[in-house]
Design a protein around this ligand. Sequence first.
Ligand SMILES: *[C@@H]1O[C@H](CO)[C@@H](O)[C@H](O)[C@H]1NC(C)=O
Ligand SMILES: *[C@@H]1O[C@H](CO)[C@@H](O)[C@H](O)[C@H]1NC(C)=O
Ligand SMILES: *[C@@H]1O[C@H](CO)[C@@H](O)[C@H](O)[C@H]1NC(C)=O
Ligand SMILES: *[C@@H]1O[C@H](CO)[C@@H](O)[C@H](O)[C@H]1NC(C)=O
Ligand SMILES: *[C@@H]1O[C@H](CO)[C@@H](O)[C@H](O)[C@H]1NC(C)=O
Ligand SMILES: *[C@@H]1O[C@H](CO)[C@@H](O)[C@H](O)[C@H]1NC(C)=O
Ligand SMILES: *[C@@H]1O[C@H](CO)[C@@H](O)[C@H](O)[C@H]1NC(C)=O
Ligand SMILES: *[C@@H]1O[C@H](CO)[C@@H](O)[C@H](O)[C@H]1NC(C)=O
Length: 580
Amino acid sequence: MWLRILFTLALTISLAEATALGNIVKSLKRELSFGTILLLRNENDADSCWTREDLPQDIPILNLNANQSLYLKQIFNSEILSIVCLNRSEGDTMEALYRNLEDIRYTPTILMTQSDTNLSALFEDCRYHKMLNVLALKDFDPEFVYSYRAFPHLQMVKRRVSHIRRYFEPQLRNMQGARINALPDNIMPRTVVYRDAQGRRQMTGYLAHLTENFASTLNATMNICWEYAPEEDVINKTAMVKLSNDGFVDFPLVIAGPDDFRYRDIIVMEISSWFLILPTEANTPRARLFSKTEAYKLMPLIILLALVLSYAQRLEEGLGPSVSLGSVWEYVLHGVLAQPLLLPHGPSSRIIYVYGLLFFASMLSCSIFNVSLETWLVHPPVDRMILSFQDMRLEQRKILLYRTEYFTIQNMFGEENFEKIRDIFEITNSSKYFQMMRGSMNPSYAYPITTTLWPLLQLGQSRLTRPIFRRSKEMIFDPLVLMTLPLPKDSIYRQAFTHFHLRTHDSGLYTLWFRRTFKELLVMGMMSYPVDNSSEPYKDLVWGDFIFVWMLYVGGIVASLLVFLVEIFYFKWNQNTTNN
Ligand SMILES: *[C@@H]1O[C@H](CO)[C@@H](O)[C@H](O)[C@H]1NC(C)=O
Ligand SMILES: *[C@@H]1O[C@H](CO)[C@@H](O)[C@H](O)[C@H]1NC(C)=O
Ligand SMILES: *[C@@H]1O[C@H](CO)[C@@H](O)[C@H](O)[C@H]1NC(C)=O
Ligand SMILES: *[C@@H]1O[C@H](CO)[C@@H](O)[C@H](O)[C@H]1NC(C)=O
Ligand SMILES: *[C@@H]1O[C@H](CO)[C@@H](O)[C@H](O)[C@H]1NC(C)=O
Ligand SMILES: *[C@@H]1O[C@H](CO)[C@@H](O)[C@H](O)[C@H]1NC(C)=O
Ligand SMILES: *[C@@H]1O[C@H](CO)[C@@H](O)[C@H](O)[C@H]1NC(C)=O
Ligand SMILES: *[C@@H]1O[C@H](CO)[C@@H](O)[C@H](O)[C@H]1NC(C)=O
């Protein structure tokens, strides 16, 4: 009799438990969107924590034991609900769970535990392994589910199943002022570290604004790990990534090409390119512009017009065709140079038509000349454009490089090609010096730059009539660089941060913070509107500008004088010979 009662009791309990899990899974199907169920248990645990009836029939089930571990994110999918049966060897099973959920630790998980399991220790372990979405069921307690609140302090929550609206409450929605640790890399303009008037260390830069706002949307406080941040220099990237993977830093505020971080947890922040900026080349001196007018190109037109006109005139007079060098040339020359001329008396309508053509040609050539002259005087062309590294070498220009970039560029070119142009690179060991030179657009060097800083320098040059630095379209180190932020492995902020970052891009906040950074750097004196000392932006015409014209003029007069003298001597000589 007692035995029967006990047996019935045991049966009810096990049934009740089964339905508890079944009910929860059924509710979770409405709450979450999972496409797979992962069942994980130790091989040694003979009886199982679940029956087939607990699980929905229409969803694929992965049944693993604690010895198996797969990189599920890559080989399967990441929309998983995992159910874990914990028994004696619970350590092993949890380890197996962590291995299987690598990079998808946010997966909702139900832990089936025994009545004597220390749940707070278990939850602490889950928290340490970045698993926030965890429910625990106790063997003999089907009425309650256990979960934990991770922020601001770890706290176990016991809930009655019948009262639950939502099993997995988002932990990150309100972090109740918990701290998020960030570490700035001190690369302008993303993050800039400085000391304020009271000597306290401060951080600004658009990445700083981004993370500060991110923290405030989670109701968290941002804590900057000053103890790891160097006072002046840029932080070592390797050291930074190590700190974040060891759990000291939640957000390493560094953005770099993906080659710098050889692992998967990166977030693409910007699409950029890496190119050279160089001091704008000098304009062609005004005097030299006259030698560039290419007026000789008008010669065929002049000859053609002169031929047509003279031929038409001879026909009119009833003469045969012949090339004559009469007054016609003068007419045509005057016409093409847009000078006034007197029409010959009473020409016929055919001749008038040819003069009309002359008039039209004169208008055309004059306008073309006028327009190009004006363009040259207002936007003079560059004298000798630098189009390649070889050009830079000929012009004795140098490129300033920060040490780490030097090796990257060396690898990019290959040893042999690089050897040919090695002497145009000048290397500095101080990132501060490099950033200062580049930020102030010191024209002694050309600098490699990405599309992150270049817009700021362009903003700086907006007050100049003529930019002092230009972006090279020919000398590009890398046309497409994905600028990424490396989050620590399995970061709990990954999803929230990705969404937040995309929203700031879409709403234009990212650009706003970017522009605001420029103003802040101006105020701090780290950037300035550069002054163009090299040449006066506006200059009146001076005598020297017409040097070629004067030379032609004087040369013409001297030549005429010589011809005149030769004519006189020839005349005299002729007279003498006839007299003799
Ligand atoms: C699981 O691994 C343990 C230790 O590595 C081993 O003793 C055991 O036999 C393995 N079980 C199975 C089913 O492979
Ligand atoms: C846990 O293991 C013990 C002994 O191996 C077994 O009797 C018990 O039924 C198991 N419990 C579960 C829930 O699997
Ligand atoms: C459970 O684990 C926590 C933390 O590991 C510990 O403080 C507590 O004493 C443990 N409780 C029991 C009953 O062992
Ligand atoms: C944000 O966190 C603070 C604790 O730092 C808390 O007092 C406050 O209620 C939280 N805000 C909201 C909206 O929950
Ligand atoms: C960065 O730090 C690592 C060790 O933390 C060191 O091996 C490496 O040489 C450092 N790199 C630079 C550029 O200083
Ligand atoms: C040349 O252009 C200027 C400015 O556009 C204009 O004022 C001037 O009349 C033009 N001269 C001739 C000859 O077309
Ligand atoms: C930079 O540092 C390296 C070694 O750290 C040294 O060999 C080199 O001379 C230094 N260069 C300059 C310009 O100081
Ligand atoms: C340009 O001139 C200003 C003063 O007129 C001076 O402060 C600045 O240093 C000069 N810049 C360069 C690059 O020489």
